[in-house]
Design a protein around this ligand. Sequence first.
Ligand code: FAD
Length: 496
Amino acid sequence: MNTIKVGNKVLIIGSGLGGLSTALRLTTHGYEVEIIEKYHQAGGRLNQLKKDGFIFDIGPSFFSMSYEFTELFDYCKIKNPLHMNELNPIYSVYFSGKKEPYQIHKELHKLAQEFAAIEPDFEAKAKRYLEKAGSIFHDTENVIIKRNYDNLLQYAMALMTVPLKHGPMLFRSMWTELERNFDSEDVKVIFSLVAFFLGSTPFDTPAVYSLLNYTELKHDGYWNIQGGMYKIVEEIQKLLIERGVKFHFNTEITQIEQKAGKISAFIDASGKKWSADIFVCNSDAAAFRGKVLGRKAFSEEKLAKKHWTLAPFTIYLGVKGKIKDLHHHNYFLGSNFKQYADNIFKLSVNPEKPYYYVNASSKSNPDCAPEGCENLFILCPVPDRRFKKEWDDREQLADTILKDMSERIGFDLIENRISQTIYAPDDWESMFNLYQGSGLGLAHGLDQVAALRPKNKDEEFDNLYYVGASTIPGTGLPIVVIGSKLVTERILKDNE
Ligand SMILES: Cc1cc2nc3c(=O)[nH]c(=O)nc-3n(C[C@H](O)[C@H](O)[C@H](O)COP(=O)(O)OP(=O)(O)OC[C@H]3O[C@@H](n4cnc5c(N)ncnc54)[C@H](O)[C@@H]3O)c2cc1C
């Protein structure tokens, strides 16, 4: 590591993965870094809950593009301290009314056996579909996604380098593309689940995003971390402390102090001033500009008109007994996919037949639960608080989900429940300042990506930068890590 440079003090607001990985890169370049965090511990959405002898990862449970973590540690000249495990089968999918789940294997010949009864010739069809999706991924990864933009012209020029053959995929929906390739409704539904991560439905997500099917099934697959996802935070925090980085928890930035086109200090809720030479904001890049900087372009009215990803409704459940046949990663889906997708973003009441994801991490990390018990993380995507403000009925929705799941797995979760914590969208909003509780931040429609996403350098203050889910390149763990590289490049360019 280089020695600390005088006059290069950086204050990072937020200790999410974006803030932590930026801190790691900047200390590698000799910057002195201090981190201010609203929550009581580091990690942001990548956080941990310990209760009643159970340990839960509260948000992310797997990730794609594992090589971005390798790149981060290589960049910082550190041996990767994370033990990454590839998932295979990557997940199980339960459809209501069908007893057996589909196992989603990474090997297409095995997946073809799963779908043998419903999709003849699956392997050849999937190869064709994924080949096209793969060429979109490789034709855009470096030229569109992994780069900074100074203006729209640069973006237009970058788009012109993408082969014209991908053009039609901008104008047709992901669902239409799936219909052109597959016949089975179940196969189309399974392949289209990735659209929800982007903040949309497969019916209005452009087909270019089929590249996500390529990343999960063909390219690098899905990974998790031995010992739990929170190890990512613990390991990076440990390295930062060794490098002299100071953390201040339970401290929320609410105001600014400015001088001659620069931020001179951020001010916390108690009135304390935090000064530095350079500031990096890891709080939501759109909401922070509106709420703390008072920017008109991000006023409440303008924020409300943007497209946001769904909010999480999460249950952390400790149960007595071992649940046979349940795998580590599971999706529980209904039989009314189109209707569900059409309504889910705007519902003002709890869904009657919720779709949800279940992670049983004690299946591969026995230390997460007391002996003979299981810890379950249940995530049900729901509308953000623009559509359903109050969540006093959280217990009812939790019970609806637990009853449904109990019937489908043949294990009474309510009877055997020994620990339960629920985070509804209002909790997510107040814990991490997530806009209206939106779980993944700004959506990734074509109007909110690349140069059209809130920039990672402030429009007015010369020494203020952004990193995280709602700036470039976007949301998801590896993407936020890429974002930390992009913002570091900007800071180095402006200050070296
Ligand atoms: C339930 C859930 C499940 C998910 N699952 C996955 C998954 O499986 N795989 C995946 O890749 N991604 C997943 N994601 C997305 C992933 O968690 C995010 O994209 C990523 O963690 C975002 O990191 P970030 O750096 O943008 O910031 P955050 O995690 O949002 O961190 C920002 C930090 O800033 C702090 N902060 C905000 N405002 C202030 C302020 N004014 N003053 C001080 N501190 C402030 C917050 O408290 C927070 O700690 C999931 C998200 C959720 C919510």
